[in-house]
Design a protein around this ligand. Structure first.
Ligand code: 5GP
Length: 115
């Protein structure tokens, strides 16, 4: 059995995280190395390695994750000024943790295109 990812260990309560939202399907917590004044990671509790691992069975889950992101954007006063949702995927995408996660970044003006 492969080792647990760091995010699965956070879900299982084995390592601490600054949790800002928790429900039966997902968890949201502050990134340990924030790239913006507000940098929150939203992850499914279900173990899915990346967006490449999504199936038809995850349709409602992905919708739920996105609605939680919108809720957090409102709760953390990002909705009016704007924010970015990022899902790094694979090596070229810069993914470093193999558990699906959505970065919610805001609180400053973000550059485009990304590096
Ligand atoms: P990725 O590079 O895979 O898109 O994003 C992984 C993110 O997880 C990075 O922004 C990194 O700072 C964050 N991260 C890695 N380990 C931990 C941890 O133990 N706790 C928290 N809160 N964030 C982490």
């Amino acid at each position: 059995m492969p080792d647990k990812t760091i995010f699965k260990r956070i879900i299982d309560g084995e390592i601490p995280a600054d949790v800002v939202y928790d429900d039966e399907l997902c968890l949201a917590f502050r990134d340990i190395n924030p790239q913006a004044p507000t940098h929150i990671l939203v992850i499914p509790k279900k173990e899915i390695a990346s967006v490449n691992g999504l199936t038809d069975a995850d349709q409602a889950l992905v919708g739920h994750l996105y609605l939680v992101i919108v809720r957090l954007a409102k709760d953390y006063d990002l909705a009016a000024t704007g924010y970015r949702v990022v899902v790094n995927t694979g090596t070229h995408g810069g993914q470093t943790v193999d558990h699906l996660h959505f970065h919610l970044l805001g609180g400053r003006s973000l550059q485009w295109p990304p590096g």
